[in-house]
Design a protein around this ligand. Structure first.
Ligand code: FES
Length: 85
């Protein structure tokens, strides 16, 4: 997981099994930084209350989080990785 800020957004890019996903990195439940969480086969697990977010669509897979993470398109080109924000 790689975290970065762009304008007012706090984002992260995650490599899950060779596929890159770009999402907000602040948990929708209580604002934990997901980039300090854990990767599972289902997505990223919040370090605070352990909700798992699907990285493709941002949907929480278990409580307490109920609101999806915002996701962004990622494009890989020869000279870098681009996120459509
Ligand atoms: S802060 Fe992430 S599940 Fe509570």
């Amino acid at each position: 997981m790689y975290s970065f800020d762009f304008e007012q957004k706090r984002l992260m890019i995650t490599n899950l099994n060779g596929t890159l996903y770009a999402t907000d990195r602040i948990c929708t439940h209580a604002e934990a930084d997901l980039s300090t969480g854990f990767l599972t086969d289902e997505g990223v697990r919040c370090p605070l209350h352990l909700s798992v977010f699907n990285l493709e669509n941002g949907e929480p897979q278990n409580p307490p989080a109920e609101t999806p993470l915002k996701t962004y398109n990622v494009k890989i080109e020869q000279n870098g990785i681009y996120v459509e924000v």
